[in-house]
Design a protein around this ligand. Structure first.
Ligand code: TRP
Length: 334
């Protein structure tokens, strides 16, 4: 790989089928930037255990779905390292070492910790692993000395913590780690079909793997302005999930569309037809590539194995420096 390039790293949890939010918010950026940076992109299966520890049976299948969608969306495994986190054990080693220097108070104030404790675990006790989620994420980033990390806005507190942990390490043991920067998408957040936040657990998503008809059925059932009953009733595009998605897929005609909706010249059914058309256009090549890959799962497994090989070599380089800086002994066995 070309070492003159800056490094990009990002991960995605295998918590279910990837949806449109994952595609436009994350995967599209991985694909867009894969040429610009030396890229490490991975499926964060250990992270998914923080919430799926009671239901681990689905993780293997979820990993396959993420791998298929990411490759179908255009990630080129020849240009980057695409791998599964648990195939590169060095992430776990660095996580452990970083956990020794991370104050508990830093982790308690991370907003996603409180949010998951309340919303995802439904009152169940949060685990040591959930609290350490951002420490593992810091290890993922620091082990490749990543310069840029494409993430959603919700992950910014984790990046801040990563920089703090890296700095603390450097202060104790000498400068090993650079500071990473977040790389934000410019597109607005994808809404859920029901107008709520898009979430796998709400079942309000269009999946990348959905076929044309399923996509249309889902769009048809989408939440729109409840006071616009007929086409010529004046509409309120704000708060309408169909309008929000049209704004993402057709940003240039967004203003005109909103005007037509308000004026009662455009009905919700017309908007939905347009949206389904745009989505199917966007997803068609991805679905075709996905079907090809599905017939060739050996190739997909090979890609992930090769990716783990490449990533493992880079991770081991950093770990040599880390062990030496911390006065730990050299690695003597595999
Ligand atoms: N926490 C990220 C998410 O849920 C996934 C992730 C794990 C990640 N490790 C990472 C993202 C390292 C960027 C860098 O979206």
């Amino acid at each position: 790989m070309n070492s003159a390039k800056k490094r990009m790293l990002s991960g995605m949890q295998p918590t279910g089928m990837p949806h449109l939010g994952n595609l436009e918010g994350a995967i599209a950026n991985w694909v867009r930037y894969q040429n610009e940076y030396e890229s490490f992109l991975f499926i964060a299966d250990w992270h998914s255990l923080t919430t799926l520890y009671g239901d681990t049976g689905q993780i293997k299948q979820n990993i396959r779905e993420v791998a298929l969608d990411v490759l179908a969306a255009g990630l080129d495994p020849g240009k980057c390292a695409f791998f599964v986190q648990s195939d590169v054990k060095e992430h776990a080693e660095l996580h452990l070492l970083l956990s020794m220097i991370t104050p508990i108070s830093w982790l308690e104030r991370v907003p996603t910790f409180k949010e998951k404790q309340e919303n995802v675990l439904g009152g169940e006790q949060a685990s040591y692993g959930l609290m350490g989620y951002p420490v593992l994420m810091s290890a993922d980033i620091l082990i490749y000395k990543a310069d840029v990390v494409p993430v959603g806005r919700d992950q910014l507190p984790h990046l801040e913590l990563c920089r703090e942990i890296g700095r603390r390490f450097n202060n104790h043991y000498g400068g090993v780690f650079p500071e990473c920067e977040g790389l934000m998408t410019s597109i607005p957040a994808m809404p859920g079909l029901d107008g709520r936040k898009l979430s796998k657990s709400y079942g309000n998503a269009i999946y990348i793997a959905d076929d044309e008809d399923t996509t249309w059925q889902k769009v048809r059932s989408m939440f729109t302005d409840p006071v616009k009953m007929r086409k010529d009733d004046p509409g309120h595009p704000e708060g309408c999930a169909v309008c929000a998605m049209l704004g993402i897929y057709q940003p240039d005609s967004d203003e005109e569309l909103q005007r037509e909706c308000r004026a009662g010249h455009m009905g919700c059914m017309q908007c939905k037809k347009k949206l389904a058309e745009l989505l199917n256009e966007r997803l068609k090549p991805i679905r075709e590539k996905r079907a090809e890959l599905l017939d060739n799962m050996d190739y997909v497994s090979g890609v992930l194995a090769e990716g783990a090989e490449k990533a493992g070599a880079a991770a081991e380089e950093t770990m040599k420096e880390v062990r030496s800086a911390m006065n730990m002994k050299k690695r003597t066995v595999r």
